[in-house]
Design a protein around this ligand. Structure first.
Ligand code: SF4
Length: 472
């Protein structure tokens, strides 16, 4: 952490990752464009009322990290025209919240759409089949929740992510209503990335044109496998040909495309699936092992995943996908340069985000100096306006969360920034764990940046459990 005169930082440093007034909630803005970051700093400086403190602690990113988080530059590198700079705006404290925490930057929004065309027996997300009456009540309640949330966190938003469930299972009219509602409250689309999750059977080329017209910039398609026996085992409603046709249509539409692929499925040749999808030229892939949760039909039926096969597929994925230009940037996510998911990166970097819809999670800058995790109730309670569960984080809890998400990513986490946010120094909190993990080649520490190695990523759960024991 360096302390510099603020104006000289504003004048000289191109990227500011964290502006952290000593007494306020850490003001993290790693996904914001440069102009906006500088605007935030200037807003603080210009307003005497906001200066009970005279020194700011400013963490400056290294150029290599700046490149990884520079969406406009990255778009240009990816061969597309660089997007025009977003309009200048002032995101600064505007109102007091209970507990005297000011409204601060929250630049990411997740909206949960719980309706699906079919229910997959392995799925433990909050989902259900659609019912017209239920969808109508869902949309009404969404309007109320959005109005309440936007009054506290007016944005503008950098990323919007419609996930589920299957958001593309909404009708055209329902999708128009959702996007118009988001537009009224925050502006739609978001400034950097606006994602829609979609099932292969829920769109055609004509419908993709509608998605584009509405403002979506990215489509995340749940293909899972290209092999019919594996798809039947997973209870998917599409077959291999339909999944690949959906990918081709999406790529032809000009949207940025992610494809979800599942591995370790009994009877599946995972490498063949990975190659088939990567060969389409898709810019992003999410690769997850089949996991069987006890509260699912698979769990109740006693379906088991072969651990050797799971380990083999986990090891194969980065090797196979690197051959197609898709590099692992998170333990389960691969992208061509500049095609990383900006929304997910914000979450993995520990930034705050808003959640809308039943069972949606938020991380909000309120409820204590380290923020609060909040999870909406499932649909029945949510429709009635029942409050969500709130879990104010402690310094130790925030440190654990930064490790949980940061170590999943190729960029890792910055221990100086983590200390600025938590007041805790990892080297003092768990010295033995850190030295053992680095000595065994599971973690690597370069300056203040801590990353998991490939071997560490393969043992991440065990590594983090060991940390929790060491820091207890
Ligand atoms: S489509 Fe997705 S969210 Fe819906 S049941 Fe299947 S896995 Fe779950």
């Amino acid at each position: 952490m360096v302390k510099l005169p603020l104006e000289s930082v504003v004048a000289a440093v191109p990227w500011i990752a964290t502006v952290a007034p000593e007494t306020a909630f850490p003001y993290t803005s790693t996904t914001l464009p440069v102009a906006d970051r500088l605007e935030i700093v200037r807003a603080y400086v210009a307003d005497d009322a906001l200066l009970p403190f005279t020194a700011f602690t400013v963490k400056v990113t290294l150029p290599s990290l700046a490149a990884a988080s520079a969406p406009h530059d990255a778009r240009a590198k990816d061969g597309q025209a660089a997007a025009p700079p977003p309009p200048p705006h002032r995101r600064r404290p505007t109102a007091a919240l209970p507990g005297d925490y000011p409204v601060t930057v929250v630049g990411a929004l997740y909206l949960h759409v719980p309706f699906c065309p079919g229910i997959c027996p392995y799925c433990d997300f909050h989902k259900m089949r659609r019912d017209e009456g239920l969808v109508a009540r869902y949309l009404d309640r969404l309007e109320d929740e959005a109005a309440e949330l936007a009054a506290r966190y007016p944005g503008p938003l950098d990323t919007i992510y419609l996930g589920g469930g299957t958001p593309s299972h909404l009708t055209d009219g329902e999708l128009r209503r959702v996007t118009a509602m988001l537009d009224r409250h925050w502006g739609f689309p978001a400034r950097l990335e606006t994602t829609l999750e979609a099932d292969p059977l829920t769109f055609t080329p004509e419908r993709l044109a509608l998605f584009t017209e509405l403002g979506f910039s990215r489509l995340s398609i749940g293909v899972q496998s290209t092999q019919d026996p594996a798809l039947r085992f997973l209870g998917r409603v599409h077959d291999g040909r339909q999944g690949m046709q959906a990918v081709d249509w999406a790529l032809a539409s000009g949207l940025a495309v992610n494809v979800d692929v599942m591995t370790a499925v009994p009877g599946q040749d995972a490498e063949r699936d990975l190659r088939a999808v990567a060969a389409t030229g898709v810019g992003h892939m999410s690769v997850y092992s089949l996991t069987v949760e006890p509260n699912t039909p698979f769990g109740r039926r006693g379906v088991r995943v072969d651990p050797e096969r799971e380990a083999d597929d986990f090891e194969a994925a980065p090797r196979v996908l690197a051959g197609y230009g898709l590099e692992r940037y998170e333990v389960s996510n691969y992208a061509r340069p500049g095609r990383e998911s900006r929304h997910n990166l914000a979450v993995w970097r520990g930034e705050t985000y808003l959640g809308l819809g039943p069972s949606a999670a938020s991380y909000l800058p309120e409820g204590g100096p380290y923020g609060v995790r909040s999870t909406n109730p499932p649909i029945r309670g949510w429709l009635q306006g029942a409050p969500g569960e709130r879990d104010p984080l402690s310094a130790e809890g925030l440190m654990l969360e930064r490790l949980l998400t940061g170590l999943r990513t190729r960029e890792g986490l910055d221990l100086d920034a983590t200390e600025a946010a938590t007041g805790l120094r990892l080297e003092r909190l768990a010295p033995r764990w850190l030295s053992d993990a680095t000595r065994h080649g599971l973690l690597e520490l370069a300056g203040s940046r801590l990353r998991a190695t490939a071997a560490g990523l393969a043992r991440l759960d065990a590594l983090l459990r060991a940390y929790a024991r060491a820091a207890a």
